[in-house]
Design a protein around this ligand. Structure first.
Ligand code: ARG
Length: 457
């Protein structure tokens, strides 16, 4: 297979080099984007009379037929042609002859690959935003069904204060909103067309970069040809958005894993989304959640890999940058798979309302309510805190819950305590009182649900 750059060489490339330098084994994923870029480029070349309308039409028809062949699995990718760009260009020339040799006028693989990666990521990012939206909707539906399910809220993984399960789930809906915002934001930087920057310095030919950009759906043309071919910030931003989103999924996964233990018994994940043990017959394992948590490590690694890849590179293009694609593909695919499977699984998680309520009632989790009760009776918060601490200590030493003390006993701690104290000892009542903006009261939770329902319509 003759290499497009063979002119300057007298020796054949070593076999070891062929296999070491090829990227076709992975960048073939970019074939659609590469062909879309080439079609736009051919149209621009004709409009600018750099090639004839006839040549342009032959190129476009040839590229379409090449696309068909690839889509049907009838295209023989060749490692000697290194990458997707040279594979497609060579196939085109083999198919249509002379006009094919004009396609690479006023462009280089450097701006071509920068374009392909942007087109690929634009598509992926749109999909991911849509998947995040679907996930938010699923969480919202589950939350709607649990507006009166009380559960223990934790800090330090110690029972802290009772909250509504809906409120806890809505915390994730909020995280996913920020994730979507990050991806929208990163699309802004992706939205700049590098094609026409050529190798690094632009071209002496009368190209129209704005026209190509418009054909490809970009709102801007990259302003500096050196930056255009050496910039991978948009990919880093994508990888960072993916890493943060996976971190959120991983925290949720960790909760699902904990909650499905015999020790917690807060949830049961359906059989369809759990797996068994090949050895211990009784086991039902939350492997999907574990893999969500586990795959997060790889997605973090991908971000660090590309940051490290870029940090020492002089301007402009360096072949090192070919290594940008594997982490980008891997993060995009892993994140999409994670979002889809999680969305499916969430629909098949059953919450054990009774157990959640009972656990919320234990662990002295309404102690803060006693302190706030005292504050409402005019006691300074510090004093109220200390008094309540002593009440808790007394209960612990007698191994009874807060509600186990009589009114008389409670009054030995503070004369401010009256009959109405009973109302704040119950977790459900405690939840009802926390109506500050964004708090866990049913009215505030309802407000959040309404707001998200509107946003996600
Ligand atoms: N396969 C290369 C990559 O992925 C394409 C650009 C190669 N350019 C070059 N001058 N060798 O980065």
């Amino acid at each position: 297979m003759k290499k497009p750059w063979a002119g300057r060489f007298t020796q054949k490339t070593s076999d070891a080099v062929e296999s070491f330098t090829e990227s076709i084994s992975f960048d073939r994923k970019l074939w659609k984007h590469d062909i879309a870029g080439s079609i736009a480029h051919a149209k621009m070349l004709a409009k600018q009379r750099i090639i004839t309308a006839k040549e342009s039409a032959a190129i476009i028809a040839g590229l379409s037929r090449t696309a068909d062949a690839i889509a049907r699995g009838k295209f023989a990718f060749s490692p000697e042609l290194e990458d997707i760009h040279m594979n497609i260009e060579s196939a085109l020339t083999a198919r249509i002859g002379e006009p094919g040799k004009k396609l690479h006028t006023a462009r280089s693989r450097n701006d071509q690959v920068a374009l392909d990666l942007r087109l690929y990521l634009r598509e992926q990012t749109r999909d991911i935003i849509q998947l995040l939206r679907e996930l938010q909707k699923t969480f919202l539906t589950v939350a709607e069904g649990h507006q009166d399910t009380v559960m223990p809220g934790y800090t330090h993984l110690q029972r802290a204060q009772p909250v509504l399960l809906a409120h806890h789930l809505l915390a994730y809906v909020e995280m996913f909103r920020r994730d979507k915002e990050r991806f929208h934001d990163c699309m802004q930087r992706m939205d700049s067309c590098p094609l026409g920057a050529c190798a690094l310095a632009g071209t002496s030919l009368p190209t129209d970069r704005a026209y190509t950009a418009k054909l490809l759906g970009f709102s801007r043309v990259s302003g500096n040809s050196i930056d255009a071919v050496s910039d991978r910030d948009f990919a880093l931003e994508f990888l960072s958005g993916a890493a943060i989103t996976m971190m959120h999924l991983s925290r949720l996964a960790e909760e699902l894993i904990l909650w499905s233990t015999e020790e917690f018994r807060f949830i049961e994940i359906s059989d369809r989304f759990t797996t068994g043990s090949s050895f211990m017959p009784q086991k039902k394992n939350p492997d999907v959640a574990e893999l969500l948590r586990g795959k997060t490590g790889r997605v973090y690694g991908n971000l660090v890999a590309l940051l490290t890849l870029m940090k020492g590179l002089p301007l402009a293009y360096n072949r090192d940058m070919q290594e940008d694609k594997l982490p980008v593909f891997d993060s995009a695919e892993t994140l999409r798979a994670a979002l889809s499977v999680l969305q499916e699984m969430m629909k098949e998680v059953t919450f054990n309302r009774e157990r959640l309520g009972e656990t919320a009632a234990g662990g002295y989790s309404t102690a803060t309510d006693i302190a706030e009760y005292l504050v409402r009776k005019g006691v300074p918060f510090r004093t109220a805190h200390e008094t309540t601490g002593r009440i808790v200590l007394a209960c612990i030493s007698r191994n009874i819950p807060l509600s186990g003390l009589s009114l008389q006993e409670l009054r030995t701690f503070s004369r401010a305590i009256e009959r109405d104290i009973r109302a704040v000892l119950d977790p459900a009542a405690s939840v009802r009182t926390r109506s500050s903006f964004g708090g866990t009261s049913p009215s505030e939770v309802k407000r959040q649900i309404r707001q998200y329902r509107k946003l996600l319509k």
